[in-house]
Design a protein around this ligand. Structure first.
Ligand SMILES: [Zn+2]
Length: 284
């Protein structure tokens, strides 16, 4: 502080800009190597007691019975854009018409984007999968993701695991065909040349799921987020995963891994939600 007081305003401003740059550089270190101190430089909000991802264990989860999750327009083809945001591939939905409600959710949540982590961030009964997708939804009243970030339970994320199969899933071909266009162009979204049906990235019988309150897994690690995680994995082929991962960070380094390590549970209860009927898809 004494040092700062002795500096001219010009240098004070330069100092602050430099600090900001340092922060953004530090937190993307996890792109290429997950070090023990990977979280150095992350904001204090990433040290909260309700952080994600966590280890999910069937044997310790509390079994609860709930009404079905209701998916609106999840089965309708949507115009989407693809973006390399510097740490993952993001499929963006601008339409605001795809949403979920009911089940564990007390509000309606609008789908903003689907993005991917390789390997999976959560573990299921000790197992890590090669890929995990996050369907990021914001609470409808907030009108956009940014506004929702600071509202308690402003965000609901569906997570899906993918395991390898030789043929994979057709929907990944639509995405990976376009990854090359964004591989080195960070934060320059391109429209996908085909429409996507969001439910094709979900497991077919998505009637039971894990639920807990956690956080975003990248800065600012906002809490609390309502997590919904399906235990039944979907399929991806090794070739499709290689094509999906073929993006570069701001230092032009390949993003080999982008999964945050497991965080302590800190007494949180993980629920295993059983639905009476299968998930319901609704058109508006
Ligand atoms: Zn994520």
């Amino acid at each position: 502080m004494l040092l700062l007081e002795g500096l001219s305003n010009f240098y004070k401003i330069r100092f602050l800009i430099h600090k900001k740059d340092d922060y953004s550089k530090t937190w993307r270190v996890w792109n290429t190597s997950l070090r023990e101190n990977y979280q150095d430089g992350w904001p204090d909000s990433c040290c909260g007691n309700n952080q994600s991802p966590i280890e999910l264990l069937k044997k310790t989860a509390e079994i609860v019975h709930m009404s079905r999750l209701v998916y609106t327009n999840y089965d309708v083809p949507q115009d989407v854009f693809l973006e390399n945001n510097g740490h993952t591939v993001k499929v963006g939905f601008g339409c605001k018409s795809v949403s979920i409600c009911d089940g564990i959710l007390e509000n309606e949540y609008v789908l903003d984007n689907i993005h991917f982590h390789w390997n999976s961030e959560h573990t299921l009964n000790g197992k890590k999968y090669p890929l995990e997708s996050h369907f990021v939804h914001y609470i409808k009243e907030a009108e956009n993701l940014q506004n929702a970030l600071n509202i308690p339970f402003g965000i609901a994320i569906i997570a899906v695991f993918y395991e390898f199969s030789p043929e994979g899933s057709e929907i990944f071909n639509k995405i990976t065909k376009n990854v090359e266009c964004v591989a080195t162009n960070i934060k320059e979204p391109v429209p996908l040349d085909e429409q996507l049906v969001p439910k094709e990235l979900l497991p077919k019988r998505s009637c039971n799921y894990y639920a807990y309150t956690g956080s975003l897994t990248t800065p600012d690690c906002n809490e609390p987020v309502q997590w919904i995680i399906f235990p039944k994995p979907c399929k991806i082929s090794p070739c499709q995963l290689e094509a999906l991962k073929n993006i570069y960070d701001e230092d032009n380094k390949p993003i080999l891994r982008n999964a945050r390590p497991l965080q302590p549970l800190n007494g949180r209860i993980v629920k295993y939600v059983k639905e009476s009927f299968y998930g319901k898809f609704k058109k508006k």
